[in-house]
Design a protein around this ligand. Sequence first.
Ligand code: FAD
Ligand code: SIN
Length: 522
Amino acid sequence: MSIFKTDILVLGSGVAGLSIAIKTAAASPDKTILVATKAHESESNTKYAQGGIAAVWDKLDSFEDHIKDTMIAGDHLSKPEIVKMVVEEAPDCMKQLINWGADFDQNLKGEIDLGKEGGHSANRILHYKDVTGYELEKTLLEQVDNLSNIELLPYHFAIDLITDHHLSKKKNEKDLSCYGAYILNQKTNKIDTYLATSIILATGGVGQVYAATTNPVIATGDGIAMAYRAKARIVDMEFVQFHPTSLYQPGESPSFLISEAVRGFGAHLRNKAGDRFMLKIDDRAELAPRDIVSRAINTELIFSGDSHVFLDCTHLNMTEFVKHFPNIYDKCKSLGIDPASQYIPVVPAAHYLMGGIDVDSNGYTTVGNLFACGECSRTGLHGANRLASNSLLEALVFGNKIAEEIINERSHLNLEDIPEIPEWDEEGTMVPKENVLISHNRKTIQNIMSDLVAIVRSNERLDKAQDHLNYLFQDTEKAYEKSKLSPQICELRNLNAVAYLIVQQSMSRKENKGAFYSLDNF
Ligand code: FAD
Ligand code: SIN
């Protein structure tokens, strides 16, 4: 087991982690930056983003309208000052991405082609075909390659943050500081100690806490669970966004996304009888905010007993459709579905967490030296329901804020001032003979959450979920204590913590807002 010291420790290599690393490294060539990430460096929610990034780019659009759309989608729980800041800084962030080499689609006039998605009153989504996230992640990793003071550590799994709890000297909760993290090097199987003057959680979302999700397998809420154990404030966990249109493909996980941009391009939702049911629900029909569309589909499915509804693209210009959505078109064709003549079967799936680690307008958590950015953080931008394509944007804007704090050494702790930190005390030595014990509990958590804590909740469902999760918590803690640590057991423990937080904070919400809907709140 080794001890490593660095100026900045970033956990996660999606848009949040990489953009902070790049900004800081370029402005402060004397600072060393380590980016530890638990899988291949490109694996992240970021890589799978389809629709694009929202920014006011057209003269006919305005900051006021983007602000208004964000507030309406968030059911007026967003923080107005944060919404204003993010919206106004969006165009500069897009220019920064273009400078870094990101490619966005252009129209025949050579202008950026702006897409539309639910809840937006204007075309304002910058995108690269239907694989914007892939283009973004590639661009960021290329920039990282050019900066010699960033070191990427793939297959390094962060287990826990190092805080004053690990020292003998006890402190009040409000004075806690973070000094680094214990990280499992998956190649050597050793748990090393990483110490840093600034630590950034950029560990992404929690989609894997549900059985059906658009999120890749890395999205297990590790950063939120670590922050929770480190006593950081975690808020708004009851607000989980379900994307209305994931491809209905039983047994396939994660679910393939059919971008909202397809509805922005004119596709219609229909039930089995062929009715365009959104017309009777909302004036904006298929382009109402996601919480409304997902709930409407859920209601259709409950009353009809069907397993899915359909997305009808048959009336659209197919040449243009293929140009805009080549990835979605190819996926459908590979399954024998021809969007030109057949409806695409779709169903809602867990997609995004509005809540998370509470941060202020510069990305500081409630624990000293610890920042959080991207989907694991809760900035106040999204309120009760995120406006489509506002999350990549949020990570970029807050990434800049955090980088500025670090560059200007406003969050500083000298490496020499870090107290003596004990090495990881590995008590457990048991190597589970059967991994089924872990995978069974993971599936059980996912089924509990999908059955009882999904689009529509109730007090009775939440009580039952809590009882089940309590039992699983005890079972998992026992296994955790005696096992030799593996990413699988750590992820299970983290999923359990995240599920518990979603249930507990759902129980405290007594009013239906945005993505949170309980049958008991009237
Ligand atoms: P991520 O990109 O998920 O990165 C998290 C990183 O942390 C990963 O590298 C992961 O391996 C690492 N990590 C996690 N735990 C640990 C650990 N214990 N130790 C070390 N490393 C760890 N948003 C938009 O704005 N526009 C879109 O068009 C859009 N489309 C989407 C489509 C899909 C299919 C999905 C799933 C999401 C989409 N989103 C979109 C949401 C958006 O992609 C995410 O919110 C955003 O990418 C999150 O970025 P992030 O950097 O916070 O996290
Ligand atoms: C999509 O393309 O539908 C996803 C966009 C988002 O989640 O913001």
